[in-house]
Design a protein around this ligand. Structure first.
Ligand SMILES: *[C@@H]1O[C@H](CO)[C@@H](O)[C@H](O)[C@H]1NC(C)=O
Ligand SMILES: *[C@@H]1O[C@H](CO)[C@@H](O)[C@H](O)[C@H]1NC(C)=O
Length: 193
């Protein structure tokens, strides 16, 4: 096929774009704000794979709720679409709220599905025990709360969980319709250093 002037012009433009990108990349190596690091410097040689099990308490009722709606659904949607609830939910070792406190799950969940009850969970698991004190795991995912098992991605972390990735499995332990309170078992499988 003969090359029309338009095709030649387009090829010229693409080539010049590509070469200017190449120029930027080459120059990038010389920039002061970025440098290649040896991962050994940060002790990032050996990646660990850990399983954490805990209970997440959504305390909705009573005088001291840990889970508070801050935006009500703007429509009469049966799935409460648009609801946003802020949480500072206790994380405990066992299913009882009185068992050892491991940390708090802080963030929000929001009703993000119009057809069935599907929540967007955005939360930091902030640990307070032992060497994990102050470290966090960040979970961002979809939670179809009436399913037996819900899987949500671990998208990152801080402290001992720098560079974390993995997933969490949530299983409702019990649900008290009168109060709305629900301890949920969380099993978190995470790769970290
Ligand atoms: C919501 O309100 C609309 C209009 O008032 C009504 O037609 C619809 O049936 C309501 N839906 C629910 C789930 O109550
Ligand atoms: C966790 O760290 C905080 C702040 O650094 C400190 O006040 C607290 O005593 C620590 N808790 C444990 C259990 O080590």
């Amino acid at each position: 096929m003969a090359r029309t002037p338009q095709i030649v012009a387009t090829q010229f433009i693409i080539l010049s774009l590509l070469s200017s990108f190449a120029l930027i990349l080459v120059q990038g190596d010389d920039q002061d704000f970025v440098r290649a690091l040896d991962r050994k410097l940060l002790g990032l040689e050996k990646e660990k794979f850990s399983h954490f099990k805990m209970y997440w308490h959504d305390i909705v009722g009573g005088p001291n709720p840990s889970s508070v709606p801050v935006v009500n659904p703007p429509t009469n949607s049966s799935t409460a679409f648009g609801l946003i609830t802020m949480i500072d939910n206790p994380l405990t070792e066992g299913p009882e709220l009185t068992s050892k406190l491991l940390g708090k799950s802080q963030g929000f969940y929001s009703s993000a599905s119009q057809k069935e009850l599907g929540l967007l969970m955005a939360m930091n698991f902030h640990f307070i025990q032992g060497k994990y004190n102050g470290s966090t795991i960040t979970i961002l995912g979809r939670n179809q709360v009436f399913n037996k098992v819900r899987e949500m991605p671990v998208v990152g972390g801080s402290g001992l969980f720098r560079f974390a990735r993995g997933y969490a499995e949530a299983r409702t332990h019990t649900f008290t319709p009168a109060t709305g309170d629900a301890p949920v078992e969380y099993n978190i499988y995470v790769l970290h250093y």
